[in-house]
Every structure is written in C-alpha cells, then in structure tokens.
Design a protein around this ligand. Structure first.
Ligand SMILES: [Zn+2]
Length: 285
C-alpha cells in the first residue's frame, strides 16, 4: 500500500468512528490551497472546500491568501468547548469557520502536530508515540519555504513544536514562557516580512494535566488562549491590512478528567480525539 493510501485509511477510520467530515490533517492541505502553495510530498489530506471557496470568493479569484498566523493552543479540544462555552463562543464569533475534526492516535502532542503539519498519518510521518524527534517527512513549512515564503515558529523551549520541525528552512524563536512566544509572534506580525507564523501555547495543556481540565486554573489558561487568538486577529487586521490573510486556531487534541485533580489525553475517546479548527479569512484592502 502506498504512503498516501495508508494515511487516507487512517483518516477515514477516525472520520467514520467519530462521525465528522474532517481530519486534523486537512489543515495542511487547506492552508496550502488557500495560499496557492503545492502541498507537502506525503500530504494525503483533503483541502476543506468551504474554506478554500471562501478564500477564492473574498479574493475575487485573483489573489491567494498571502499571510497566515497559526495559533496552536495545545489540548483546547471539543470537550473543552462543551465545558467552556463562553470562552469558545468568543473564539467562534470572530472566526469565519469552525471545523469539527478528528485527531489521530495516540492523541498526544508530537503525534498530532506531526499529522496536522504534514498531512500524513503517524505510520507515515514516523512519530507514533510520545517522542520528540525531528520529523523525517515533508511538511507545510518545507512547502512554504520552497515556494519562497518566509516561515517563523515561536514556541516554548524544547516543546514538541520547538523540536519536531527543526532542521528546516525556517526561523525558530524559542522561549522559556508562552508569553515570550506570544509577544514574539505579535512583534513579527508588525515588524517582519514573514508569510507564515506559528505561535504555540503550552499552558492550558500543562495546567489541565496538573489540576484537571476544568479547574479554575485551567479555565484561566483557556481564557488566555481566547484572549491571544483575539489579539492575533486584531494584529492581523492592523499589520496585515493590505494583505489577504488568515488567522487560525489550531489545537491538536482534547483532554479528559482522570480523577478529582488531574487531566490526561492520549486515548481513543471523543474527549481526547475531537477538536475544532477555527479559520478567520480576510481579504486585503
Ligand atoms: Zn498536545
């Protein structure tokens, strides 16, 4: 079986199991299509037609999306949306689309972001358990670099996203805090010529492991994630006003309550496997 067929089999299996039309892998295919960039080599996912059509409509079929910010809020899944409806309403209200998508197994960070940014299943991209090694397959970031675009990844020191996408034609900004990554991405939107910026946020995931997914502390971090997504959309409207642009909210998996005071993920259950990818697509002026 070809790599592409293997990946498709995995995506179809979870789509059917969780009765959702989308896989987290569709993100890479969709962003490439929106931006007119050839998808990475092993990408077996499908561009989401609603998002691509909206992009084409807004840009009058002449241009493509020129600037993209991907806000990767770890573990902010569908189970979180159901339990924090007001927080996710804030996210949805400023987005053009919400796509309920199924993750891949095991539902842990390097496995899931490996799939999200390669469009390939874990058995193809090579990270099949919780391990942080440099991804050996082609990714969204390589595809953008080949198309002559500038890519930046802002992330917490040694987190999965900081490690698994290394050794590419990308600028890496690494910080001791999520706040450092956030401020850096905001600053890069204003002062640099990056076309694709990734900002990773670890704190909701970290807090939900330590205190449970719906603790007061975890809720504070979920609120902060909504605040930061809002700030990115405002910054895009200000700094990328002239460009067709997109700001996306891109979680990897959800998370569930284990006992009174802890949270976890990694299982093949709706709590861990369902996430929403939000897209906000705007035409330049
Ligand atoms: Zn994660």
């Amino acid at each position: 079986m070809s790599d592409s067929a293997k990946s498709k089999e995995v995506f179809d299996f979870f789509r059917k199991k969780y009765d959702t039309p989308y896989s987290i892998a569709d993100l890479t295919a969709t962003v490439c299509e929106l931006c007119g960039v050839k998808a990475p080599e092993q990408c077996a996912a499908t561009p989401i037609a609603a998002a691509v059509d909206q992009g084409d409509k807004l840009m009058n079929g002449i241009g493509k999306t020129q600037k993209v910010l991907l806000f990767c809020a770890d573990a902010m899944g569908e189970h979180q949306r159901k339990n924090f409806p007001e927080i996710f309403e804030r996210i949805e209200k400023i987005s053009t689309f919400r796509f309920l998508s199924c993750s891949v197994m095991p539902s842990v960070t390097p496995v899931c972001y490996g799939t999200i940014f390669s469009g390939a299943a874990p058995c193809v991209h090579g990270i099949e358990k919780y391990e942080k090694k440099v991804l050996a397959v082609d990714t969204l970031f390589d595809a953008f670099a080949r198309a002559g675009k500038n890519v930046a990844i802002c992330a917490y020191n040694n987190c999965s996203i900081d490690v698994i996408f290394r050794q590419r034609n990308v600028d890496y900004y690494s910080f001791r805090t999520d706040e450092g990554s956030f401020k850096c991405a905001m600053d890069l939107m204003e002062r640099s010529n990056y076309d694709l910026i990734v900002c990773y946020m670890n704190d909701y995931d970290h807090t939900m492991h330590a205190t449970g997914p719906f603790s007061k502390e975890a809720e504070e971090e979920a609120n902060r994630a909504a605040d930061r997504y809002t700030a990115f959309t405002q910054q895009a409207d200000k700094c990328w006003e002239k460009y067709n642009h997109a700001v996306l909210f891109v979680p990897d998996h959800g998370g569930h309550l284990v006992n009174e005071s802890n949270g976890a993920h990694g299982t093949d259950t709706p709590e861990d496997m369902l996430v929403n990818h939000f897209y906000r697509i705007k035409a330049g002026k």
